[in-house]
Design a protein around this ligand. Structure first.
Ligand SMILES: Cc1ncc(COP(=O)(O)O)c(C=O)c1O
Length: 389
């Protein structure tokens, strides 16, 4: 057919050389994906079953990232979400219904708690909390309608390591599923699915992205049945991840091992040095025995990453804790972690009645890729300055 140039803008006959071979996964952006004929049109979400049907359910870029995360976590299948928190929401919305009960550790990531308190309860789900170090005693916190038990190990900020296999055993004995936030271990230093967890999530925003410039999450199911429930819910939630962001995460994955090795070594060096400082009451780093659940970390984990917390000694006022954080030059102040820049954030648990632990004296550190000696010099100067009343 002879085409008008305006039609050619849409239906071009232009040719380019074939055979380009890059080492990287191309960024496939698409809403529309084409069907071979009218009868082939379907709105099925599982692109493994139906072939590609719609960009919302995954393009080759998003599915490549999903498949690679799934490979690392030894799962059945993975779904990529636009952020870690949306991965948490997907799990809760897919696996819970009105009348169900969900259990969360007291140390759970704050917005997971908020989702439970502010949204799930609104939809008739009962939400309660348990001490993260409860282990097999979780059975006492369970109810006949308990359907999901969340684990997060180590816990956010307070870093308690959990006895995940014991929780899994009690949950499965009563027919409940175990969901786990496995972000701290980057999905590789704790093999959650091999320890019996049914569904894991990671904020890929942290170590997989690795450069503080992308928000993404993953949800990995151990078995097909759970994957089907997650996929069907993801379809109607309409939370698709951007293929551009997925390509950044795929790039991040290539350097994940070297970054993890480096931050593990630096964090351990810094944590052990901090433990010798008189300004510090304790170090909440799973590889140090001052961390609640350290023995479980030794039993279950393959390594540690670069996030840990310090508790300043009890003479430190809140102002002094803030002076400590504000005096740091290399450590910057900001949320999220897993990037190349060291970060420090002070938390005040005195505000939370049930979690008054450590009060205003806890500071979470993210160790980045700077030289550890420089980071220690920075911390030392800030500790000396802030301890002077
Ligand atoms: C343990 C943990 N889980 C989940 C999230 C949520 O990730 P995102 O910021 O990608 O929503 C965070 C973010 O800080 C986190 O620390």
């Amino acid at each position: 057919m002879e085409k008008h140039w305006k039609t050619k803008l849409i239906h071009s006959d232009a040719k380019i050389p074939e055979g380009f071979r890059s080492l990287n996964t191309p960024v496939y952006r698409a809403s529309t994906t084409l069907f071979s004929d009218a009868a082939a049109v379907t709105d099925a979400w599982d692109q493994y079953e139906s072939g590609y049907t719609y960009g919302l359910y995954g393009t080759p870029t998003t599915l490549e990232l999903a498949a690679r995360i799934c490979e690392l976590e030894h799962g059945y299948r993975t779904i990529i979400t636009p952020g870690g928190q949306s991965a948490i929401s997907l799990i809760n919305l897919a696996l819970l219904r009105a009348g169900d009960h969900v259990l969360l550790p007291e140390s759970v990531y704050g917005p997971n708690r908020k989702l439970g308190n502010d949204v799930l309860r609104r939809f008739g789900v009962e939400v309660s909390y348990y001490e993260p170090t409860i282990g097999s005693q979780i059975a006492n916190a369970m109810q006949p309608n308990t359907r999901v038990i969340w684990c997060e190990s180590p816990g956010s900020i307070t870093m308690e390591v959990q006895d995940v296999p014991a929780i899994v055993e009690a949950a499965h004995a009563a027919g409940a599923l175990v969901a786990m936030d496995n972000t701290w271990s980057a999905g590789v230093y704790f093999d959650a699915l091999a320890h019996g967890v049914d569904v894991t999530m990671q904020a890929l925003t942290k170590y997989v992205g690795g450069h503080s410039d992308v928000l993404l999450g993953s949800v990995t199911a151990r078995e097909k049945e759970v994957y089907q429930r997650l996929g069907a819910t993801q379809q109607v939630l309409g939370c698709a991840a951007s293929p551009d962001d997925c390509s950044l995460a795929l790039r991040g994955m290539k350097t994940l091992a070297v970054r993890l090795e480096k931050v593990e070594q630096s964090a351990l060096t810094i944590a052990r040095w901090l433990a010798t400082r008189s300004e510090i009451e304790s170090i909440l780093h799973p590889a140090l025995d001052s961390c609640p659940g350290h023995e479980l970390w030794k039993r279950d984990f393959l390594g540690s990453t670069g996030v840990f917390s310090i508790v300043l000694r009890d003479s430190f006022s809140k102002q002094q804790v803030h002076r400590f954080v504000n005096s740091l030059e290399l450590f910057r102040i900001g949320y999220s972690w897993g990037g190349v820049t060291s970060l420090a954030v002070a938390y005040d648990f005195g505000r939370f009645k049930k979690r008054a632990l450590y009060q205003h004296r806890i500071v979470r550190l993210n160790i980045g890729l700077e030289t550890p000696e420089d980071l220690m010099a920075d911390l030392k100067a800030a500790l000396i300055l802030s301890s002077q009343s």
